[in-house]
Design a protein around this ligand. Structure first.
Ligand SMILES: [Zn+2]
Length: 123
């Protein structure tokens, strides 16, 4: 996977202190978080070197389904999992829910780690 300078994966296992690790709040040529100089190596306690964590986000929202007979739970499950309905349609659905929820999805979204990126069991 290509990793550009501003890729969300740029800091994965990156221990070298780079210029972007300095912050405008303290422009002194050092990592803002662990105080190591640019060109050096981040301390083990620094928050910059990262790992990839796989997270399963779940959303629970209301949708409509026909009242007519035959449109039972299996039909709804089939519609959203195996029909021509595209998962990308969820984006516009979530935008609608967001507008109806004062601009916040916190009440319908939850997250759970499924791979912690450390090679150990998820707790
Ligand atoms: Zn650092």
């Amino acid at each position: 996977m290509p990793q550009g300078k501003f890729s969300r994966f740029h800091d994965v296992n990156r221990w070298a202190v780079e210029p972007q690790d300095e912050r405008p709040a303290r422009p002194d040529g050092r990592c803002f978080y662990c105080d190591e100089p640019i060109g050096g190596k981040h301390k083990k306690t620094c928050v910059i070197p990262s790992r990839i964590v796989r997270v399963k986000f779940s959303v629970e929202v209301e949708v409509t389904a026909p009242l007519a007979e035959g449109f039972d739970d299996d039909w709804v499950n089939h519609h959203y999992n195996e029909s021509s309905w595209c998962g990308s349609n969820l984006i516009s659905l979530l935008e609608q829910v967001e507008q109806e929820s004062d601009g916040c999805l916190c009440s319908v979204v939850s997250a759970k780690v499924v791979d912690n990126g450390r090679g150990s069991d998820v707790q």
